[in-house]
Design a protein around this ligand. Structure first.
Ligand code: FE
Ligand code: FE
Length: 187
């Protein structure tokens, strides 16, 4: 499709996002099964439900536009999911693999955040209020998912993975001056 106007670009972007989301619907069950941490598994299961809603939001948008959502393959998502799939196949420590799966999943969320952010800007500028609201709802879900993945990594997965317990402060001199557990109330 030729990109003669910003409207054409918006439709092309929406088709790309639709392809990305439908690919993700197929991949998320595998990511949930491959995760060891119960909270990570639940995050993927919840995001699968959310992603299905996101697909139907896109279908609503295409209905409003009188267009078909089909006709484009999102190669970016294809590549990101290929990498996530490789991570799921890795042998080794379960928590280290979970940390890798989170890193792959956050790449997916960031990609979606970029795609929805641009397309929301186009829709807003062209005065497509209803479409913009639908896109913004999904964009906020993607951001929340990204944050949830960060929290699971920081509070649970990364910290319990082998190799993290031996981390020493980099500057040995200042480390020697600092008590390991400062007394309460000490500045
Ligand atoms: Fe999504
Ligand atoms: Fe997502």
């Amino acid at each position: 499709m030729a990109l003669a106007t910003m409207h054409d670009l918006m439709i092309a972007e929406l088709k790309d996002i639709y392809s990305a989301e439908t690919q993700l619907v197929k991949a998320l069950p595998k990511m949930a099964t491959g995760a060891t941490s119960p909270s990570l598994r639940k995050a993927f299961e919840d995001h699968l439900e959310q992603t299905q809603e996101q697909v139907s939001r896109l279908e609503q948008i295409f209905e409003l536009l009188g267009q078909s959502p089909r006709g484009k393959k999102c190669k970016g998502m294809e590549g990101l999911l290929e990498e996530a799939g490789e991570m799921l196949e890795e042998e080794g420590d379960d928590m280290v693999r979970d940390a890798g799966i989170i890193a792959a999943a956050q790449r997916v969320e960031h990609y979606e955040i970029a795609a929805y952010g641009s397309t929301l800007a186009f829709a807003t500028l062209m005065g497509h209020t209803e479409i913009a609201e639908l896109l913004e709802t999904t964009l906020n879900e993607e951001k929340a998912t990204d944050e949830l993945l960060s929290t699971i990594a920081e509070e649970e997965v990364n910290v319990s993975a082998p190799g993290m317990e031996a981390v020493e402060p980099e500057d040995e001199d200042s480390a020697a001056d600092t008590p390991k557990k400062p007394a309460r109330g000490r500045k």
